[in-house]
Write a protein that binds this ligand. Structure first.
Ligand SMILES: C[S@@+](CC[C@H](N)C(=O)[O-])C[C@H]1O[C@@H](n2cnc3c(N)ncnc32)[C@H](O)[C@@H]1O
Length: 347
């Protein structure tokens, strides 16, 4: 079977129960389809999920032996909580015929754990509340700067008179840019609620998709895409569109997060983060395909969580209630470091 399914897989050491103790007499081979005891339902009974396995570096795991396998969930729903080190019983009927010790959880492009999953993006931004919950925890880092301060300085350097912000969210940054840069700002967002929120700041805002911008070539001197390109499935197209609507030598500011973003928080709950397809680590290469000069400025803002509830609300705002439930009580407020990059890309 194809081991590179777009949804990803769970790698694990699988110990197959010996035949004397009720294990499968022939052992297991590729494509074996057992049930897995992946957790507890709220009612307290076991949650079972069917998922086939493939075996790495062997043709078969004999009864009583251990081998490295990939388990292939068809959806992450039941597997959302599974993490490295966990031992998952493999069942056939009511009988436990193996134990898989998880080595790593690899989420693929089609997984529900992707920031660019269209359903996730639609639900996330159907109202402003989840985004506002997250924005509220952020503060400047040790150097006193926020990523927005750095972005604003890079915009001011090119004195734009026509500025575009795509994925404007609540509109707070758009309003700040319009005021501090004294330019005409047009905002665009794919969520009707975000468009309404942006308009409430007195900023012109339209409903639209960055992958298909409703503007003529060369309409803007500069553009901003802040924490939004990782939500876009065809980023090459979106970046092509942004380059198209900028005038010659126009400037794009793209802000995103890196792998270490909020590691202090995620380490507490042992959960992997949602996969980002446009990050501090890979954003530069993507921009270089459409812009002649790309510079980066790394900023480390901090997030403050007053107590466990505040940290839980943050995780829940991303639909990650299962991780939130794992948070320990906090004896003091949690200060978690951010890892943000402001890319400055010139056409
Ligand atoms: C994480 S929020 C960031 C909002 C704002 N830039 C900020 O810094 O607070 C991402 C925003 O991008 C919008 N968005 C997601 N995909 C989009 C797309 N394809 N085209 C336009 N906007 C999009 C969402 O609706 C949401 O408002």
């Amino acid at each position: 079977m194809d081991s590179e399914q777009p949804i990803g897989h769970v790698r694990a050491w699988l110990r197959v129960v010996s035949a004397d103790d009720g294990g499968p007499p022939a052992g297991v081979t590729d494509g074996h389809l057992p049930s897995w005891g992946v957790g507890q339902r709220l009612s307290g009974d076991g949650l079972l999920a069917g998922a086939p396995i493939t075996i790495e570096d062997a043709e078969r795991i004999a009864p009583g032996e251990t081998g490295l396998v990939r388990i292939h969930p068809t959806s992450w729903d039941a597997w959302a909580d599974v993490r490295p080190g966990e031992r998952i019983p493999m069942l056939e009927g009511p009988r436990i015929v193996g134990i898989a010790e998880v080595v790593e959880v690899v989420r693929g492009a089609g997984s529900a754990g992707q920031l660019d999953d269209a359903d996730f993006v639609r639900e996330q931004y159907a109202s402003t509340a989840p985004l506002e919950t997250r924005i509220a925890v952020w503060h400047p880092g040790a150097d006193g700067r926020t990523p927005q301060d750095v972005a604003l300085a890079a915009l001011a350097a090119v004195t734009p008179s026509r500025l575009l912000e795509v994925g404007s969210g609540t509109g707070a940054f758009a309003a700040r840019c319009a005021h501090e840069l004294r330019c005409h700002l047009t905002a665009l967002d794919s969520s009707p609620d975000m468009v309404a929120a942006t308009r409430s700041h007195g900023v012109e805002a339209v409903l639209g998709d960055v992958q298909d911008l409703p503007f003529d070539d060369g309409s803007f001197d500069a553009a901003v895409a802040a924490w939004m390109l990782y939500h876009v499935s065809d980023r090459d197209r979106a970046l092509g569109e942004l380059a198209r609507v900028l005038r010659g030598s126009g400037r794009l500011i793209a802000i995103t997060n890196g792998r270490r973003q909020l590691a202090d928080l995620y380490d507490l709950v042992g959960g992997e983060k949602l996969d980002s397809s446009f990050s501090s680590e890979n954003g530069g290469q993507q921009l270089e395909r459409h812009f002649s000069r790309v510079e980066r400025f790394d900023v480390e803002p901090i997030a403050r969580f007053a107590d466990r509830d505040a940290a839980a609300a943050y995780l829940a705002s991303l639909g990650r209630e299962r991780l939130a439930a794992r948070l320990p009580e906090l004896e003091e407020p949690l200060v978690a470091r951010g890892q943000t990059t402001v890319f400055v890309a010139d056409k």
